[in-house]
Design a protein around this ligand. Structure first.
Ligand code: PRP
Length: 216
């Protein structure tokens, strides 16, 4: 079987609504943050469908024993927010994944070269090979940052097929790079926008997600 990058754009009214709010240039920071939280929540909900490890069990209801399914607490789960903007999606993701460890990764693009550099790396030296990893970053533009994040993770033993990326706007250059390097990867995004301009901004996109989240 040939593996292929899969990109899901869940057709959900809540996702469409909060994307519209986030795109609108008139949305103030306080509401933009809510939009990020909600998008993080609903996209993580969609991503969790085939990704959360479960175990079958039997429970005793007040009336009878019955088969049941629980989240398996023994499989390690991790969320990796790419700072700064990925923090906006983290809150919503975390409410659905209370057992996950959070490993922060700080990456910033040089405004001229668009190359990412790392200023914070709280990843463990080695991940358990079964770890489910969910990366949050609202923008996949040229793909430099997400490729760097994937490199840091796979070097530490993360299996790309157990990894999910939750983003808000994905653009073709990033998707092409990810597809070539990590064909088993699965992405959940609110939309795919066709263009990245010469300054590395996605068009129409939603502007600078980090600045809009933190009011800078
Ligand atoms: C933005 C965004 C992504 C990255 C995407 O972060 O949040 O991490 O750029 O661009 P790329 O695909 O071309 O690498 P930025 O570097 O502006 O940092 P910030 O989140 O702190 O604002």
């Amino acid at each position: 079987m040939t593996l292929q990058l899969r990109v899901y754009v869940p057709p959900h009214p809540l996702i469409k609504h909060w994307l519209a709010v986030a795109r609108d240039a008139a949305t103030p920071s306080v509401l933009f943050r809510s939009a990020m939280t909600e998008l993080g929540r609903w996209l993580t909900y969609e991503a969790a469908r085939e990704w959360l490890p479960t175990q079958d069990t039997i429970v005793q209801s007040p009336l009878a024993e019955c088969p049941a399914t629980l989240i398996n607490p023994e499989v390690p789960m991790a969320v990796v927010p790419i700072l700064r903007a990925g923090l906006g999606l983290l809150e919503g993701a975390q409410t659905l994944l209370p057992l996950a460890s959070i490993y922060h990764l700080g990456l910033v693009r040089d405004e001229t070269t668009l190359q990412p550099s790392s200023y914070l790396n709280k990843l463990p030296e080695k991940f358990h090979p079964q770890t489910r990893v969910l990366i949050t970053d609202p923008m996949l533009a040229t793909g430099g940052s997400i490729m760097r994040a994937m490199e840091e993770l796979t070097q530490r033993g993360v299996d790309p097929s157990l990894t999910r990326i939750v983003c808000v706007v994905a653009a073709p250059p990033a998707l092409q790079k990810l597809s070539a390097a990590y064909p088993g990867l699965i992405i959940y995004t609110a939309t795919i926008d066709e263009q990245v301009n010469e300054r590395g901004f996605i068009v129409p996109g939603l502007g600078d997600a980090g600045d809009r989240t933190f009011g800078t």
